[in-house]
Design a protein around this ligand. Structure first.
Ligand code: NAP
Length: 244
């Protein structure tokens, strides 16, 4: 009856707690990107499965009966793999996904489809850019003349950017803190992924308060799958499906 949670997000951690409290067996899976992931109330496994075939084999061997894809909306590869592997192994899948952010009055957002378009949108005179996209894809911004403010979970070993300041911090973040951070560094523009959710939204509210433009990267397209937005909906699906 074990449920596999594909994690790496606050929602996945919340779901792990909900399953533990309900006494439902679960395993939480991390890709292994951060050095010290949060402690969890359910068993944790770390590292890639080895593509679709590897994940399908894991589901069979570990006796997984349900999969919840609670990965970040930009973790597209694992989400695609989960759809294919669950179909292969005959295991029901649900995605727990935060709704995307939508602009409000005062927001100065430019929507771009992907990282390459974000790079193109940054061509222009040098300024300080808050590049709030995590640590993957930084190299793609290397040719630009800007100073970059980065916020990373772990201190980086080496950076592909010539002029970068790093703030090591783990969310959730608050608006006052993000406003102060941007003012302290003289940020002129923000680049962010449209991740949705509360913890990462502070920078967008701070940008609105400060009247700063934001380049917002759209979510990658994913195959058709069942999607819900809350832990409660996942629990409802599990209870109905498992008949408990
Ligand atoms: P990705 O590009 O979709 O996945 C790349 C590969 O990493 C997958 O094919 C899989 O390897 C492995 N992987 C990813 N998530 C995994 C998981 N939860 N458990 C086991 N293996 C996993 O993923 P990503 O964008 O690098 O993100 C990696 C992790 O960071 C995810 O857990 C995600 O929730 C979290 N995260 C991502 C972002 C973001 O902006 N992308 C932001 C915050 C947190 P195999 O093919 O070998 O199975």
């Amino acid at each position: 009856m074990t449920t596999l949670i594909l994690g790496g997000t606050t929602e996945a951690s919340r779901l792990a707690s909900a399953l533990a409290e309900a006494g439902l067996p679960a395993v939480l899976s991390y890709a292994g990107r951060t050095e010290s992931p949060r402690a969890q109330p359910v068993p944790v496994r770390i590292g890639g499965f080895g593509g679709v075939g590897g994940l399908a084999a894991y589901l069979r061997h570990a006796g997984i009966r349900r999969v919840v894809d609670a990965t970040h909306p930009f973790a597209a590869q694992i989400s695609r793999n989960a759809v294919a592997a669950c179909a292969l192994a005959g295991v029901p899948l649900i995605a727990l996904e935060r709704p995307a952010w939508e602009a409000r009055a005062g927001d100065r957002w430019t929507h771009v489809p992907d990282i390459a378009a974000a790079v193109a949108a940054l061509h222009g005179p040098a300024e300080t850019v808050f590049l709030a996209i995590g640590r993957q894809h930084l190299a793609e911004f290397a040719g630009l003349p800007h100073r970059f403010l980065l916020r990373l979970v772990d201190p980086p070993q080496a950076l592909p950017l010539a002029d970068a300041v790093v703030e090591v911090a783990r969310g959730p973040f608050d608006v006052a803190g993000d406003r102060a951070l941007m003012q302290r560094h003289g940020v002129g523009r923000i680049v962010a992924k449209n991740a949705g959710g509360a913890g990462a939204e502070a920078k967008l509210i701070a940008a609105r308060d400060l009247g700063l433009p934001v380049i917002l990267i759209d979510r990658p397209a994913l195959p058709e799958r069942r999607v819900v937005a809350t832990v409660a909906e996942v629990m409802g699906w599990l209870h109905a499906d498992l008949g408990v």
